[in-house]
Design a binder for this molecule. Structure first.
Ligand SMILES: *[C@@H]1O[C@H](CO)[C@@H](O)[C@H](O)[C@H]1NC(C)=O
Length: 337
């Protein structure tokens, strides 16, 4: 009987994971994913490091429009610790506009680092990671009946990637998720959370984004994702980050292992092109550099002004001196006459 129960459990675990146990580190870690999941070794994997000097500006990229995000309905939403991440199920009234087909939302989840770490995002911009990343997963509901069916089809999925950094204030929207983590500390625990405005998890400005073809960032790594990574970031407080980094376990029972560092390292870009909805340069210049540039220009102007002033002074003095000597000479000339 016990054996049967164990067998059922093992089969269930295998089925749920699509075949094999996987982790981020260790003998089942990301370097070993391709052994059990061949597609993880493919040539169009995610995440990637977005090198902004090699992206292509595409003026025809339509704006990404989240529809229904601000009216998530009245039904509570499931929040699930699946041992790899914390995942919120989303109602099918949420969908994305601005892509070739209608993509319906299915779930969102987070990736983060270890306690106190400044890393944790999956995507990087110019080799810079942030503390965490939000993924909102959608599937092509015009062509397929479910997320499961769409997940293996070319461009079957559309995922929004939002880089998260630490800001000054608490983010109320992220609070709707983070304040429930203590209810689902162990793997396979589920709680329900009241519906909230999911739009507020995204950055305010959605106009600037990167677009590329990639994959799921976890096994089975299907290369079916149209990625949209926003240039603007979302911000959570340091207390919120600590809650994310310090509350969950990746195991059901003892020995408890913390659920941390659930991010995959950037994958080779290979032959792919990354498109940008915006022109680099002025918009990508971070405020610090802009300030530096401003100060530089100001200092340069000041130097030039001072130089001109001193030269003018010198010329004036010289002229005055000339005039004096002329006056002196002429005065002498008059007395001598
Ligand atoms: C993604 O791949 C499809 C099919 O090859 C192609 O039509 C599309 O332009 C690609 N999109 C990007 C952003 O590279």
């Amino acid at each position: 009987m016990l054996f049967f129960a164990l067998l059922v459990k093992v089969t269930w675990i295998l089925a749920a994971d699509g075949g094999h146990h996987w982790t981020y580190e260790g003998p089942h870690g990301q370097d070993h994913w391709p052994t059990s999941y061949p597609e993880c070794g493919g040539d169009a994997q995610s995440p990637i490091n977005i090198q902004t000097d090699s992206v292509i500006f595409d003026p025809d990229l339509p704006a990404v429009q989240p529809h229904g995000y601000d009216q998530p309905g009245t039904e509570p939403l499931d929040l699930h610790n699946n041992g790899h991440t914390v995942q919120l199920s989303l109602p099918s009234t949420l969908h994305l506009g601005g892509l070739p087909r209608k993509y319906t939302a299915a779930q969102l989840h987070l990736h983060w680092g270890q306690k106190g770490s400044q890393e944790g995002s999956e995507h990087q911009i110019n080799s810079e990671a942030t503390v965490a990343e939000l993924h909102v997963v959608h599937y092509d509901s015009e062509s397929y009946g479910s997320l499961r069916e769409a997940a293996q089809k070319p461009q079957g999925l559309a995922v929004l990637g939002i880089l998260i950094e630490v800001g000054e204030t608490e983010n109320q929207a992220y609070g709707h998720i983070l304040s429930h983590l203590h209810e689902i500390r162990h793997k396979d625990q589920i709680t329900s959370v009241p519906p909230f405005n999911v739009r507020e998890l995204l950055p305010q400005q959605l106009e600037q984004f990167f677009r590329y073809n990639g994959s799921l960032t976890t096994p089975p790594c299907y290369q079916s994702v149209v990625w949209t990574v926003f240039h603007r970031r979302a911000q959570i407080s340091v207390e919120q980050l600590e809650k994310l980094q310090g509350t969950l376990f990746s195991t059901e029972e003892e020995p408890l292992a913390p659920l941390i560092q659930n991010y995959r390292i950037p994958q080779p870009l290979n032959q792919r092109t990354i498109f940008a909805s915006f022109v680099q340069g002025e918009t990508l210049c971070p405020p610090g550099e802009m300030l530096g540039l401003g100060v530089g220009i100001l200092a340069g102007c000041l130097c030039l002004l001072l130089a001109v002033y001193f030269i003018a002074q010198k010329i004036r003095k010289k002229r005055l001196g000339n005039r004096k000597s002329v006056a002196f000479t002429s005065a002498r000339a008059t007395t001598e006459a």
